[in-house]
Ligand binder design. Sequence first.
Ligand code: ADP
Length: 442
Amino acid sequence: MNTFFLIESRNMIFQSKQAFVQNQAEIISKSLEDVFELLIADDVARVMEYLDVAEALNVVITDANGKLLYGSSRNNMNDDFPPEEMEKAREGKDLFYAKFIDGSFFSSSLTPVVSKGAIIGLVYVYESDWEQGSILKNMQKTVGNISIIIIAFAFAMLLFIVRSVINRITSILNAIKTVREGEYNYHVEMSGKDELALLGDEFNSLTDRLRETDEIRQRFVANASHELRTPLASIRLLADSILQNEGMERDTMQEFISDIGTEAERLTRTTEKLMTLTRLDSGISDEKIKVNMGEAVAATLRMLRPLAMSGNLSIFESMEADCYVLATSDAIHQIVFNLIENAIKYNKPEGSVSISLFKENDDIVLNIDDTGVGVPEEDLSQIFDRFYRVDKARSREAGGSGLGLSIVRDSVRDLGGNVTAEPRVDGGMRFQVRFKQFNTPA
Ligand code: ADP
């Protein structure tokens, strides 16, 4: 931009110079043409006196052969206009020459004097203007200085920006290292609203998520080992008692051995449930197919009827036909089994379990109602958590592990459905599972 500006100003000055010197040369040549047919030095001098040309201008006049008639013999005519150019002037052309050298503008013009169709002389006008030149030179200097200041400033800014970007990236890198070493509480501080600040925010929410996952994992491992350790400790205790008590009665011994069997069963159930949860966590599930919910519920009920009968419970069912969902039959079995088993396990003697299956808008709804002990308001939000049990003694007694509802929640989620638990007004609980209806043929 600086160069463009300077070139433009120089060109403008050149143009005005050309107009000026050419105009002066023309005035002189016209004045001579009108008066003479042949040029003589005395005549020319008289005309020039009369014309009163600007002082700054140097005028040189020659005859057609180049003989000096007026002005200085030390002129630039031959330098400015080489022979072939001179030839053009002799043919009647006006010539112009300009240069900017050593801080001054030099401009000259060569115009022929034509009388009755013949060239009778040449008028050479030249001007050397150092005033305009020094203005341009000063301008050049000022613009140069401004450019240097701008470049220095831009460079300093660039350096500052690069440094600050590098510093911020370094702090993100350090944060990544810290978090990688397990310090999940670490947060990176990023001010501003740019992409790096966004990156910092994203990184912080990622570490929060990592911390949560890590806490859940730690709790899960602690709970799982506790759950596995308890039946193992009972088995050991029972086995030790049998070993150390040589004269143990046969009935007592059988009771102990049966208890060992029960604990072993509990271990098996817990490990199976843990494996189901791990499979759900991994996100790998079998291919989903069209499942008839009514049939699946009926099959599960057949397995659980003996348990209900042992508690003298009545089971009521109301199932609409053709309720289809897109699922794996194993997942539907896990969901229905755990919910009905709970409705039986946490029921009161002579109570009842009501199962209803129906279509509502585009949904398939399964309600499992019981007349049991219910869940206190403050525990409601946690019953779907892993290993959470409201009444630990009752759950253990019923062979529970606190994993059943977690499996229900994760399986329902995996199938894109939704499960809720709410206390019934006349006691007991209602568990409701809702899936999108699946209508296309299998
Ligand atoms: P558990 O193996 O202990 O049954 P779940 O995850 O199936 O574990 O259930 C978690 C807890 O929720 C149970 O321990 C119980 O306290 C409570 N619960 C579940 N279903 C019912 C129900 N139908 N009525 C009352 N309480 C229930």
